[in-house]
Design a binder for this molecule. Sequence first.
Ligand code: 1HE
Length: 266
Amino acid sequence: MDMREPLAIPLPPSLAAHAQGEIAILRLSRPEKRNALDDETILGIEMFFEALPDSVKAVVMHGEGEHFSAGLDLSELTERDIVEGIAHSRMWHRVFDTIQYGRIPVVAVLHGAVVGGGLELAAAAHVRVAERSVFYALPEGQRGIFVGGGGSVRITRLVGLARVMDMMLTGRAYSAEEGQTIGLSHYLAAPGEGLIKGLELAHRIAGNAPLTNFAVMHVLPRIAESDPASGLLTEALMAAIAQDDEEAKARLKAFLEKRAAKVGRN
Ligand code: 1HE
C-alpha cells in the first residue's frame, strides 16, 4: 500500500513532493528533458526545502524516468553575459547550501545519468544511494563551460582534486561500481530498488536525536575543514552540548537498562 501524501508546497511542474510520515520525497519530474535543471527547477528545490513542515525529519530526493539528472539545462545558457553568469552560479550555490546546511538530512537516490549539475546536486545531499544503472560525468569540458553548482568544492572533497581534474579534462565517466569505490556513493542498489533503500536509510536518520543530526550536518564538516587544534576544541564543545541534551540522557538510560537496539542489529 502506498502511504504517500502530496505535500502542500507550491512547486513547478518539473518537481513533485510527497510526504510519507516523517520523510519527505522530492522527485525531479522532467523526464522528457532527462531532468535537466532549469532556473525554475533550481528555485523550486529551494522553495521545497524552505517550506518543509517541522514534522519532516529526513528527505529523499530522486529522479523520474531513465536518469537522475542531465545537469544544467543547456538551452538556458546561450544568451548570458559574465555578470549574469556569476549571479546564476551564485544562485545555484545558495540553493545547494540550503540543502547541505539546512535543517534536514537528505538522501539522494541516483540512477542513469548523474552528470554536471546533476552530480553537483547529488553532492549537496548527505547520503547517496546509487542504482547500478548510474554513470557519473562532468561534461563541462566538452560543452566549453565550467562547473558552477559547487562541484569544484563538493565533488573534489568527495573524490579528490585529481579525479575531478581527470573527469573535467578527459570527459571520463564513472560507473556505479567505480563511483562506489571512489566515494561518490555510499550504497549500491539493484535497478529499481534505490528508492526503497533510500527510504529505509531516511527512516533511520529520522530516528536520531535532532541535535546529533544537526551536529553531523553543520559541525562535522566545519571541523573537517579546520586546523586540527580548532577542530578538536570544537568537537569537545559539541560533544559536551550533545551529551547534556535530555534526549541523549534518555537514550543512554535506555541502553543501560537494555531497552535500546544493539549496534549493527537494528
Ligand atoms: C537536455 C539536457 C540538458 C538532455 N539541457 N536539454 N549536461 C550535459 O552535457 C548532458 C547532456 N545530455 C546528455 O548527454 C544526454 O541527454 C543524456 C546522457 C543525459 C541522456 O541521453 P538520452 O539519449 O536518454 O536523452 P537525449 O535524447 O539526449 O535527450 C532527451 C531530451 O532531453 C532532448 O531534448 P528533445 O527536445 O530533443 O527531446 C535533449 O536535448 C534534452 N536534454 N540533457 C537541456 N542538459 C551549474 S553549472 C552545471 C554545468 C553542467 O551541468 S554542464 C553538463 C550539462
